[in-house]
Write a new protein. Structure first.
Length: 215
């Protein structure tokens, strides 16, 4: 039997601002987490490395334990496979919390928008190109309305869809979004001081020059 992990929570360690940001990222349903452990049992990484325990990460984040969440080595092991989110019996979304925590750990600020948890439409591009473009167009409009500096993606397919199709939408609809799209690893590299050439930012179809001026 595995040894029970113990952690003392002190009031001075609780960050209410971070806790509120977590609720915005994962939705109000994060408060109904029963700590049943289905997320941990579903996690392919946890099976080999128990340092990544979505159940503990989620609870720590909701409590506002910034150091235990953002500055823990465990969240960097997340594969963003969404297994924990898909199998949660109460619709809690641990992946959303972990993803936004990873982004904010670089110093960036996550912003919510209407279609944040909806697919970008990339998977149906080969089946219904028009619908796929309409979906990404709606998301880009919503993202533009909340006033962000860049889009950060975890999924490589999302990165390609957002980046390449801004050019396509300009051709088809005459709409210019001009939103830089960074894959998470590119954002992490910038936070660590790597140059744009090292990160292959010259390959991005939407220029990132303005973004590099503020990071």
């Amino acid at each position: 039997m595995a040894e029970t992990q113990k952690y003392t929570v002190r009031l001075e360690d609780l960050d209410t601002d971070f806790s509120e940001a977590v609720v915005k990222a994962g939705g109000e349903r994060v408060h109904i987490c029963l700590q049943c452990g289905v997320c941990a049992a579903s996690c392919p990484i946890f099976k080999f490395n128990e340092a990544l325990n979505p159940r503990i990460i989620l609870r720590s984040a909701v409590l506002g334990l910034t150091n235990r969440t953002l500055y823990s080595n465990s969240i960097w092991l997340c594969a963003a496979c969404y297994s924990c989110t898909e199998r949660c019996p109460h619709g809690v979304q641990p992946t959303e919390v972990i993803r936004d925590s990873l982004i904010e750990a670089t110093g960036a600020k996550c912003v919510n928008y209407v279609e944040k948890r909806l697919c970008c439409g990339a998977p149906i591009m080969g089946v219904d190109e028009k619908l796929s473009l309409e979906i990404v167009r709606d998301k880009l409009k919503s993202i533009q309305n909340v006033g962000v500096n860049a889009i950060v993606t975890i999924c490589p397919f999302c990165h390609t869809h957002f980046d390449l199709n801004q050019v396509r939408l300009k051709e088809d609809y005459g709409e210019t979004y001009g939103m830089s799209v960074l894959h998470y690893t590119q954002l992490l590299g910038l936070a660590q001081g790597y140059g744009s050439d090292d990160l292959g930012l010259y390959e991005n179809r939407v220029p990132v020059d303005d973004l590099l001026g503020i990071v």
